[in-house]
Design a protein around this ligand. Structure first.
Ligand code: UT7
Length: 333
């Protein structure tokens, strides 16, 4: 069975820059608090009404396909990771397929939040190795700005998130010693309510959302930040070591670590636990905040543009987030 590989990566972020000082005009917070606790300086928000996750995905997808040396018409499967779909149904993958002009091409949405890109990569890998599909478009895209509460009640969550999209074209590896060397996925639903969006939801009867829920803010994400922080700093190093072991590599072999971008302090702690020096760890949280399913493909795309994904480089990926879900992967370019 042929190994799978990321053949091209791309990304797109909206043009509207929102600084910490901009947020401080809407809620009691400060640039100092946000930078100290998270490392975030600014994030991007969509420019106007009517822009969904699939719209951000279009330019990211086209960049990934072009960098892979393929045409849009070569795509034979779409995997779309998002926690902020354009609408509740159908999936954003269907909207993206239509916007790219791909009628008949299957589209699957993956609902695994911060680990969504890694879960999707694992699905793509299985399809490629089985020979089912040849050029799979894997997208992570989020519009968070319309789903966060920009006031005092929502400030712990609101300052963290930004909008953006990343994409990868996944196909058969050109050689057996390159491509996706290992991947691991995990979930533990006992922490589901530590970071969740309670409403609207099918568990609420007779209506999925009520005026009372809206008044309580149940339609905004609720987070137990300290608990998520604790889990993330434990599970990300563990899964990183797990995938390195499966790939028969050690931390010393890692040329670049592209972790999910939720908090600069989380990633510094993870890198320290692994013994990885800062110059081998990608970070862009200062520019984009947490773009959830998009952080890893955006990180890969920027690393590619900076010439950091040269042939033979070993790239370690790891993510942790809502679910809880987490995962890791090792790629050789
Ligand atoms: O992809 C996964 C997504 N989420 C995460 O990974 C989040 C993981 N958790 C975190 O990153 C951190 O827990 C946070 C950045 C969310 C918070 O940092 P913390 O050091 O855990 O702060 P805290 O929750 O202990 O809050 C400290 C104080 C509280 O006030 P009191 O109770 O000490 O008086 C908060 O009310 O900071 C207050 N606070 C704020 N102050 C200014 C909470 N949000 C803000 C804010 N600005 N935006």
């Amino acid at each position: 069975m042929a190994r799978s590989a990321i053949l091209g990566v791309g990304h797109y972020v909206p043009t509207k820059v929102v600084t910490n000082d901009d947020l401080a005009k809407l809620m009691p917070t400060t640039d100092e608090w946000i930078q100290q606790r998270t490392g975030i300086k600014e994030r991007r928000f969509i420019e106007h009404d009517g822009i969904g996750a699939s719209d951000l995905a279009v330019p990211a997808a086209k960049m990934a396909i072009e960098r892979a040396g393929r045409n849009v018409s070569d795509v034979d499967m779409i995997l779309f990771a998002t926690l902020s779909p354009d609408v509740n149904f159908p999936g954003s993958g269907c909207f993206l397929g239509d916007k790219l002009g791909l009628p008949g091409v299957p589209a699957l949405d993956v609902r695994n939040q911060c680990s969504g890109f890694l879960y999707s990569l694992s699905v793509a890998d299985a399809f490629v190795r089985a020979g089912t599909y040849k050029n799979i478009l894997v997208v992570g895209a989020e519009v968070h700005s319309t789903g966060i509460e920009l006031n005092e009640r929502g400030r712990d969550v609101a300052v963290l998130f930004g909008d953006g999209a990343g994409a990868a074209l996944v196909g058969a590896s050109p050689s057996d010693d390159r491509g996706l060397l290992s991947i691991a996925l995990h979930a533990d639903g006992s922490g589901a309510k530590d970071l969740w969006l309670p409403a609207p939801g099918s568990m609420h009867s007779p209506h999925r959302i009520t005026h009372e829920m809206l008044d309580r803010g149940d339609h905004f994400p609720q987070m137990n930040g300290k608990q998520v922080f604790r889990w993330a700093t434990e599970k990300m190093p563990a899964v990183a070591l797990e995938v390195l072991k499966s790939a028969e590599l050690t931390v010393a072999d890692v040329d670049l670590f592209v972790p999910h971008q939720a908090n600069m302090r989380i990633n510094e702690l993870v890198a320290k636990k692994l013994g990885l020096p800062a110059d081998r760890v990608v970070h862009n949280i200062e520019k984009y905040g947490n773009t959830t399913a998009a952080t890893i493909p955006i990180g890969l795309s920027e690393a590619f543009a900076e010439g950091k994904l040269g042939a033979g480089k070993n790239i370690l990926l790891a993510a942790f987030g809502s679910g809880y879900t987490w995962g890791g992967a090792v790629l050789r370019f």
